[in-house]
Ligand binder design. Structure first.
Ligand code: NI
Length: 139
């Protein structure tokens, strides 16, 4: 961990008021922690643009398991991408609907590609990819 450096930021007072309200709403004890999170968030978003960089994420899929062949298709796509799928959780939501959560780790390109393939599979009611970071390059 590096040295902590203090720096000043010039802001319009109306913008600062809005930022302070946001910090309060989101439970920040002070502006510094909120600014640190904003910076980390920007850096993580930058990681996602680097196609070769290793990132992590989760993909949530909702589908009706009565749809013919759907479960098989979802499984088959996952077998094609087993190098990036760390873990899978299947939850039976009700008598028809299933939720599948995939934990992914690999290049942003491969993760996005696999996620899009699964989300666009006919019969998937909803799919959402949430990207994050391995945290290696963050302090
Ligand atoms: Ni199920």
């Amino acid at each position: 961990m590096g040295t902590t450096i203090r720096f000043g930021v010039s802001l319009d007072d109306a913008l600062l008021d809005k930022f302070d309200s946001l910090c309060l709403q989101q439970g920040y004890k002070n502006r510094s922690e909120a600014v640190r999170d904003l910076i980390r968030n920007a850096l993580v978003q930058q990681e996602w643009k680097d196609l070769g960089k290793e990132i992590v994420g989760t993909l949530t899929l909702i589908y009706d398991h009565h749809q013919s062949d759907l479960g098989q298709k979802v499984t088959s796509i996952q077998h094609d991408a087993l190098e990036i799928i760390i873990s899978t959780l299947h939850v039976h939501i009700d008598e028809c609907n299933c939720m599948e959560v995939l934990v992914l780790r690999g290049s942003g390109e491969k993760i996005r590609q696999t996620a899009q393939r699964l989300i666009s599979t006919k019969g998937i009611k909803h799919g959402k990819l949430n990207l994050s970071t391995t945290g290696k390059d963050l302090v």
